[in-house]
Design a protein around this ligand. Structure first.
Ligand SMILES: [Zn+2]
Length: 506
């Protein structure tokens, strides 16, 4: 007898039952009827390659003498693990808005858009469906509140980079609790149209908070917490700056505040928790930025899983949307002895590339480069290594570099790779499958390989809901997209900023 994983989901069996197959293949029937899902917590780390997960665990073991939280979690009997396929409609390599839209509408769409097809067809979103059914919804992130991943659960937008427009859409999208960055998209002084979007939220009953102090211990119904002008700072920069530690909550703190204020919802809640800056670290090929934000994300996962284990009616899904940067810790030296020392060197890194670029200015001397790198990252660069970095700052790249590596941050990363033994394939997203872990009732779906769009159906089904959005073929979408490009929205899908820009967007 062989049951497929999908039929197990259909039968409503729990992960414990789904994974409890003996060698004979005969399912073991659980003694007790599984609990229903009341709450769903969707933890997404943006841009996590498998090597990011591995290196974060290995680094955590070096620092704390024990596994990282996600690595530990994967070994537990109550967790079910598998992989998720990540592609979009326009490409095998997805961007974050198309990726989050697969979870938010159950459809693959064009990179650069949010829950729409290129002809303008809007897809009904997850938070709109959930909130209509009385499920209270929340989104917390370390990026701008209006960035691709939170937006992908909730709103429709022809352009992911229309963040001021997205800022106006969360009220109608049924999202009660919002925490992240991006004051520039809400504030009348900073928006081009001078509209005060905060007032709209206030009128709809949201508490507006701008600092960590205002939200720690907060109890209430609706919240819009915006803690920085743009994205929240990288964890490594926050850790090394007292003012940032005071003004900006950690992702784990935001997760805890959100859960505490969503948990009394009679019809349950849906919460997305995004560790958004692992992607930015990957784009910039900045290993310390990436790994410390990965560990900060895993702290937030612990908050979610601890709640779920106590509560017993909460399904926690932990995954990524795609991988970014293709990082690798490479074998180096005799018996690869230097590899361990290379990862160990990450412990000596005290700043992100953004801070370093700020220190260097536009035309530093080779000596200044050597001094800054030693002071901030703990490496003693050879003079030719420093010269490669000053060359990159003046757009003089070494002959033979691929198109993926012609940038300041890629050049810096290559030079540092001589010491850390960590190298990168590009500053872009990659196509690899990503990790998927699930905890709580109904978690059996996570075993094996899951399509990204399936998670939309699984989350709805967990709450007894079903919805089927329209579909569009690649050929039709391409035709509409070409038309759109010719029209006034020509800048539509130039969706991702360069690594240099991202490195500066702290
Ligand atoms: Zn990205």
């Amino acid at each position: 007898m062989k049951l497929s994983r999908r039929s197990l989901i259909g039968a409503g069996l729990t992960g414990a039952a789904a994974s409890a197959f003996g060698i004979s293949g005969i399912p073991i029937i659980p003694e007790h009827k599984p609990k229903q899902v009341k709450n769903i917590i969707f933890c997404v780390v943006d841009g996590m390659a498998m090597q990011t997960l591995s290196m974060a665990d290995q680094l955590h073991q070096m620092i704390y003498g024990k596994q990282s939280y996600w690595a530990w979690l994967m070994e537990q009997d109550f967790a079910v693990n598998g992989l998720e396929e990540t592609r979009s409609l326009s490409s095998i390599v997805t961007d974050s808005s198309a990726a989050s839209s697969t979870w938010g509408s159950g459809r693959r769409i064009w990179n650069g858009q949010v829950n729409v097809f290129p002809d303008g067809t809007k897809l009904r979103t997850l938070t709109s469906l959930m909130s209509s059914a009385g499920v209270k919804c929340g989104l917390v992130t370390t990026t701008t509140m209006t960035h691709a991943t939170p937006a992908g659960f909730a709103v429709n937008s022809m352009r992911r980079d229309d963040e001021p427009g997205i800022a106006e859409k969360y009220i109608d999208a049924g999202v009660s609790i919002l925490m992240g960055g991006g004051d520039k998209n809400f504030s009348a002084e900073k928006r081009k149209d001078k509209k005060d979007v905060y007032t709209d939220y206030q009128k709809s009953g949201y508490k507006i908070a701008k600092s960590r102090d205002e939200v720690m211990g907060w109890r209430g119904d609706k919240l819009l917490g915006i803690f920085s002008d743009s994205h929240l700072p990288f964890t490594i920069d926050r850790n090394n700056d007292e003012a940032l530690r005071k003004s900006v909550p950690t992702l784990a703190e935001m997760a805890s505040i959100a859960i505490n204020n969503l948990k009394d919802s009679p019809n349950g809640f849906l919460l997305q928790i995004e560790g958004g800056k692992v992607d930015h670290g990957g784009h910039a090929n900045d290993v310390a930025a990436m790994l410390y934000d990965q560990l900060a994300f895993e702290d937030a996962v612990k908050v979610a899983v601890d709640f779920a284990l106590k509560d017993g009616e909460t399904l926690v899904i932990i995954t990524s949307d795609h991988a970014t940067g293709g990082p690798s810790l490479n074998g180096a030296g005799d018996e690869y002895f230097d590899s361990t020392a290379g990862l160990h060197s990450v412990m000596g890194m005290k700043a992100t590339y953004g801070v370093i670029q700020n220190d260097l200015g536009k035309t530093p001397s080779d000596k200044l480069v050597q001094d800054v790198i030693e002071n901030r990252l703990g490496f003693q660069l050879k003079s030719e290594e420093a010269a490669a970095i000053t060359g990159a700052l003046s757009n003089k790249y070494a002959f033979g570099l691929s198109e993926f590596q012609r940038s300041f941050s890629s050049t810096l990363a290559m030079v540092l790779g001589n010491h850390s033994k960590i190298t990168w394939t590009s500053g872009n997203h990659t196509s690899e499958h990503v990790m998927l872990t699930a905890v709580g009732p109904g978690n059996g779906f996570a075993a094996g390989l899951t399509k990204n769009t399936t998670l939309f159906d699984i989350m709805l089904a967990a709450k007894g809901l079903k919805h089927s959005n329209p579909t569009m073929s690649f050929e039709d979408a391409k035709m509409h997209y070409e038309k759109l490009k010719e029209s006034a929205n020509a800048d539509l899908v130039a969706s991702h900023a360069s690594p240099e820009e991202l490195a500066l967007w702290q």
